[in-house]
Design a protein around this ligand. Structure first.
Ligand SMILES: Cc1ncc(COP(=O)(O)O)c(C=O)c1O
Length: 484
């Protein structure tokens, strides 16, 4: 590393991860370095980002309208963070605005609230979407869901057909940049062209794309320009509560903000309100200054290392992983299993004859490996990949709604970050082989209410890992890192 705080290479990124060597307790009483393969949910934090925040804190102050020196400093940094974030995706900031919110979900809800959609308008989306890029649209207008092929790819012809059928009514096409289930990257530039030809606009949910690939939303005049984009800092090694929505300034100049209160107005009388210009108009209340700076910092770190290099590293890691996994019997894989150029680091699978929740529990309890299982907030897509019939779907839904999650359909997911390496994959593959061989010792019991499994006798005292009250004195006392 060039200096203590700023990573410049992929190797630096690994050592920049806070908690890379945290030890966790296993069922057999031993401890093991935690292998974190749940990066699609939320990534760990870069030390350089935390350091940046620590360095900033002496200057922390409320922003905008403060006249004190610290407020001037914080305001300048907060505003500048917007520019860094916009530049990260190539946004033309003379005509686009960067709005900072809490996460991608809030960003998409804001867009849905602010587009002035009526019940007759159509938003086309896909069944691949995270619920965050599906449910917000359903509140406002007619939503068309484009289906997928058996291998998880979108039925592109169906999308083009829908654009033709609903031409004039389609206001927006809302697609994921990369799927959180199969890792499939959408051909968003081709889709943008089709969408613009149909006179509509495109929104890309880049929650899973932004951490893994360079993004350029292209000039506004380009037929493949991405009109709106959203992503989350907590999936990019900066989990301090910031999400982003970027789109044409003129869209946000119109209408009322969806959340009103302080910070969004130029003038208020008892009869009248004059809204501020965007982004202030859409960042109601005191903004998350620390989160904005953290996101801007992580962007500068990732750009310094190189988004192309990060993408290349993750692609090679997927190649390495799938080569090994494909040789293991009884593994059912979902989504692309070769040609990873257009797939981010998500490996989804099931083990024949085993409940997805059981597999994930064994990985955690006996392997110290953090995976995730279930439907990953994308129920329609997962059920489609699993070929759940409409009858089974109805039956299972009724069961779940009644509080019994025993038969919850699902997959197991290992998701990679830019800092994962071949060692992590080897540990994951070893554990997968053990699970398939039945080489685990725990007696696992399901809780029908949660649909999760736990091993009898495995009751680590989670409260001992970290205590908020005693954090400075007894930090990670019981499960110390190897380094300490
Ligand atoms: C594809 C995709 N979109 C949206 C979201 C929602 O992101 P957030 O939880 O940051 O709002 C997620 C979260 O996993 C996601 O994977």
């Amino acid at each position: 590393m060039k200096n203590e705080t700023n990573p410049t290479t992929l190797n630096d990124l690994r050592s920049d991860i806070i908690g890379i060597d945290t030890m966790v307790p296993l069922l057999d009483g031993t401890k093991r370095r935690y292998v974190f393969l749940d990066n699609a949910a939320s990534t760990p934090t870069f030390r350089s980002v935390l350091k940046c925040i620590e360095d900033f804190m002496p200057w922390y102050s409320g922003v905008h309208r403060g006249t004190g020196f610290k407020s001037l400093v914080a305001t300048e940094l907060y505003d500048h963070a917007h520019d860094i974030i916009g530049n990260f995706v190539g946004a033309d900031l003379s005509s686009n605005v960067v709005i900072l919110v809490k996460n991608s979900t809030e960003a998409i809800n804001k867009l849905a609230n602010r587009l002035n959609l009526s019940k007759d308008d159509v938003v086309i989306t896909t069944i691949m979407e995270h619920h965050s890029n599906d449910l917000p649209w359903r509140k406002h207008c007619k939503v068309i869901h484009i289906n997928v092929e058996d291998d998880g790819h979108l039925k592109y012809d169906d999308l083009r057909y829908a654009l033709k059928t609903y031409k004039g009514k389609v206001k927006l096409v809302a697609i994921t940049g990369a799927s959180n289930i199969t890792g499939i990257c959408m051909p968003m530039y081709d889709i943008a062209k089709w969408v613009h030809d149909a006179g509509a606009m495109i929104f890309v949910d880049a929650a899973q794309l932004a951490p893994h690939r360079p993004i350029d939303i292209l000039p506004n005049t380009d037929p493949s320009h991405i009109d709106f984009i959203a992503f989350s800092a907590h999936k990019m090694y900066a989990p301090f509560g910031t999400g982003v929505l970027i789109g044409p300034r003129k869209v946000f100049e119109k209408g009322e903000p969806d959340t009103v209160g302080g910070g969004v107005v130029t003038a208020v009388s008892l009869d009248e309100v004059y809204w501020s210009a965007p982004p202030d108009k859409d960042e109601a209340g005191s903004p998350n200054v620390v989160g904005a700076i953290a996101l801007a910092k992580v962007i500068s770190v990732m750009e310094e290392v190189g988004m192309d290099k990060i993408a290349q590293h993750e692609t090679e890691l997927l190649e390495y992983a799938y080569k090994k996994i494909k040789g293991i019997p009884k593994i059912i894989l979902y989504g692309p299993t070769d040609n990873f150029k257009n797939k981010v680091g998500v490996i989804t699978f099931n083990v024949e004859g085993m409940h997805n929740a059981l597999v994930a529990a064994i990985f955690g309890t006996e392997g110290g490996i953090g995976l995730r299982n279930g439907c990953f907030c994308a129920h329609p897509y997962v059920k489609r990949l699993l070929k759940v019939t409409p009858e089974d779907d109805r039956r299972l839904t009724a069961e779940m709604v009644s509080g019994n999650k025993t038969n919850l359909p699902g997959l197991v997911r290992a998701s990679l970050g830019c800092y994962n390496n071949e060692d992590d994959i080897d540990i994951f593959v070893d554990m997968l082989q053990r699970v398939v061989r039945g080489d685990y010792r725990g007696e696992y019991v399901m809780n029908p209410k949660t649909g999760t499994f736990s091993a009898k006798g495995y009751k680590p005292d989670l409260g001992k890992c970290f205590s908020i009250d005693e954090s400075t004195r007894h930090r990670i006392e019981r499960y110390p890192s190897e380094a300490s």
